[in-house]
Each structure stands twice: as structure tokens, then as C-alpha cells.
Design a protein. Sequence first.
Lengths: 331, 265
Amino acid sequence: MAENNVMVYAETAEGMLTAMATEGLGCGRKLADDLGQELSAVLLGADVESLAGEAITFGADKVYVVDDPLLKDYRTDAYLAAMEKVVNEAKPQIILMGQTTVGRDLAPSLAFHLGTTATLDCIDLTIDPESKQLLRTKPVYGGNAQAVFNSETNPQIASIRPKAMTPLQPDTSRKGDIIKIDAGLDPAAIRTAVLDRVVEEVAGIKLEDAETIVAGGRGIGGPEGFQQLEDLAKTLKGAVGATRPPCDNGWVPDTVQIGITGKIVAPDLYIAVGLSGSSQHMSGCSGAKTVVAINKDAEANIFRQAHYGVVGDWKKIVPAFTEKVRNLLAS
Amino acid sequence: MNSIVCIKQVIDPEAPPSSFKIDTASKKAVLSGVPPVVDPYSEYAVEAALKIKDGQGGTITAISLGNNMLREVVKKPLSMGADELILLEDDAFTDGDSWTTAFALAAAIRKVAEYDLIFCGREASDTNAGQVGPAIAKLLGLPVVTLARKIEVSDGKARIERVTDDGYEVIEVSLPAVITVSNEVGEPRYPTIKGIMAAKKKEPAVWKPADTGLESSQVSTAGQRARIVKLFQPVREGTCELIEGESPEEAAANLAQKLRDAKVL
């Protein structure tokens, strides 16, 4: 049977479809329509069947559900075996998933298992009108450049960067089929065990959900400085992020790192303080609508990326800025 | 506890953006006047292997793939404390993709034969592909744990802290296994003078495709499964409006007012 559908692995968390899943379905729907194919969603986990209807409202024509207690936590061997079963059944031409801690692991593992490669962290996916192959655009060289890849091998596998694609408006009148698949998992063939899961999320608004982010870099100099950024973020009802050096130095938790290997964010307002604007960092916030830079080095790359900027010592600027913002928001 | 670490020579990711150029013919980036370096993610992988060696002893073999690799660059793992260096070095390794790279590295690792752990960086700083670690695991039939920030080994098992979106998970895996290492593992150590001297004296083993049984259909463009169609630098849009004032405090207030006027606040 020829491959005849676009498949999206719809990630779930805490009994819900993730934002990444709906973004993936939105992207997959468009590609499926361009190819004149069906869009299938895949749900893997324990007690995920109830989410199938929601996947349909977000664009899926078919939902393959593998519900198994062994799939409760993500484990490479188990998820790979389940995906293989679904792929053999559904014969997708394209398989998409999110560039998350699951997708980063599952996409290359699945690709090599199926005899091909994946393209990870795609920011644009289109169908080549002639070859009907998937054209995958992704940042390379730490975000200094972008590359477009294709592959002649099916299935064509890609992971999608969070917030790069737009979900459909959920449509409850949409109809679809739900197909349950028994993965027949062998516990002995799952070679890893998840012993513990530790959440290090910082208090307050989640970075990924924040409409305003105040990000600090090496120039902040220590944890005390980040306290001042925290004051500004609170005033703006936003969250604090960081480049890699403050995380590596333990000034802030690793979970607030923004960049190509950290969190990908797309806030309305991004205030970059004491950071130079390396490609690897800026690639993680390229979706920000307005970027404001505060840096003492007028030559810093951040001023090439920002819409507004102040050149000067952040220690003097940030408190005065916070104060003025507080007054403006109160008036 | 014997480890293999896959390392890569890359263009310096810390080089100023102005030195970064795209060579449209080869669809690769080049840096003018800035020497290549060991990929920082490779260095984290070396550091992870060294931490195991510190605690448990054993040997570390670094393997790199490419062509015309600079010895002073690719010998860095030796100067940091690795024991051996194998270079898969040939014209046939100039081009290719994640598939050919992983295939060749897996073939070399089979030839090395004695290992408990295989370390790779979580991705390379040039391609940002993030595939070779899981790919090697798949090709060798080994389990893989990606995005490691801490690794402890005992009783033939590794206990790994794996970075997740909101923290980390603790994963246990039996050995041998492939582990990809994230920057949270900690800063790679500096080479010692003793290490640099030892690395100078040590000659890497250089393996051609045939040395690991690779055929011409399995290397370079003939063996690849993905193709780069285009490489480009996105155009930076807009200019930055610099806000000034008599004092830093006044500039700050002017900035806030500006953002308010522009309805950003």
C-alpha cells in the first residue's frame, strides 16, 4: 500500500493535549490538504483515549490510540515500539512531532529505525509542488543561518519547533475515526526505567506562557542582579529568562534558559538585559513581537535584533525603568 | 568502565557574526580568519566521560569523523584526559548527512568493540541536527538516553538525570548504552600542561572507509538519506531605535514612556 496520509504524534501532558500537539495538527492539516491526503493523529500513553475527540476538533481525520500502562512515562523503547506498530498500520508519508524532550529523542530514533533520517526543530514545512516531498526549514549554525532539507525516503520525518506553527480553531462539528491499536509491548524489551521525575519549575508565570519576558545574560553578574529583573518582570506580569551563562553559573535554574537548546519562547515583549544576543540565544526568542535591549556595549549584536534600546549600565537603567513602568501602569 | 566519545570539529560557534559567511556552492558556512574548534557539545560529552573515569577508572577513546582535521583541534580530548583518538578521515567523509555520519561512527565503534558507554553531544553546534546519538544506538542495537546532565555508574547500570522541559527525570539503563550529553553536565575542564604534553606525543589512529568495512555506497552523498537544498541567512528586519537621556535614569524613563506611546506596554 502506498503511503497516503500525514501523521502527527500528538503529545499529551497531565491528561490534556499539549499546545505543541495542536500546533502540530495545525501544520499537519495544511500539509495533508496540500497533498490531498488524510491527517492522522497518534496518541500514546496511559488513559489517553478520551483525548481522541479533541484531536479531531483540532484537525485530525483519524486518530490512532495506543493506550497502555507501559506508555505512562516516555521511554524510548516503548514509544518506538508503539509508533512502529501505528506506522505499519497507517502507512504515513509524513510523520511530524514536536521539538520537545520527547520529540528530540523519539524523532531520530524512529527515523533510523525506519531506515531514514529526521529533520529536527523545523520552523517551516511545505510540500514541494513537483516532487511532493516535504521541504523542511530549520535553523543551523546556532541560528546564524537556516537550511532547507528534503529526503527521497519515506516516511518523511520532522520535528516542529514550539510556537512556530498555528493551531486550527477547534471545530467540534468535525468528524473523524478513532482506531485503537494494541502495541503488544514486551516489558523486557524496554531497556530504560524512569526512577523519578523532578519538576524544577520556578514560581510564577511559566516562561512559555508569559506575554512579557525579562531576560538576563552574563552581564547581570550574579543571582542578586536577577532579583532586580524579577522585580521588573513582576511589575509587567511577566517571567524571567536567561541566556546560558547565568544557568551554567547557577545564578538561575537551568529551566529558564532560552535558546536553541533551551526554551523556545514567543512573547509580545522581550526585554533583553546585559546579554549580547548570540545567535544560539536569539534563535530561542525569534518569535518575540517587540524586543527591547539594555546593554552597555553599543556594538552588541542585541542592538541589531532589538526594536528599542538603551545603551548604558543596566544597574542604573533597570530600577528607573521599573519605577517608571509601575507609574505608567498605575495611571 | 570504558567509554567512547564522538567528537566533531566545527567552525567556531563563538566567532563574531560578522565573520560568518555562507559558501553557496558547498552549502556550508565558512568563517574568515577564525580557526575551527572542537564542538562545545562534544566537549560536554568528553567531560561526562572524564567524570566517569575520575570515579571508576577505565579508558576513553575519542572518535571523530571528517576530512583534513586539524590535529591541534581534534587532539583536545586527549589533552583533557582521553586515552586514544581515532580519526575517520577521508575525502569520502567531507559530505554526507546524519545517516552517513552515524553509519560510519557505528562501524568504527563496532571495530573498537570494548566499551561500556558511548557519549555524544546532544547535537552539534553547526548542523544542530541532534540525530547522531540516537542513530548510533539504533544502528548498534543499544539503548539510548538523551539530554543527560548527570551520570552515575554502578553494577553494570547507569543512572542518568535527563533534562526535561520543566526539570529532569532520573533514568536507569543497563550498559552498554549510548548517552547524549547536555550543557547542564557542567563546564568542560581545561587541558592540563601534562595533558597537553601527552597529547602532543600521541598519534591518532587514522581509519579510511575500508578500514571499518564501509563501501562507497554507504558514504558521502551516495549514502545519504537527506539532502540540503538551500542554506541562507535570514534577513534581519528593522532597525533599533535608541532611546537617550541626560542620565541613565532619564533614558530608562524615556524608554518606558516610548513603549507606552507605542502601546507595547
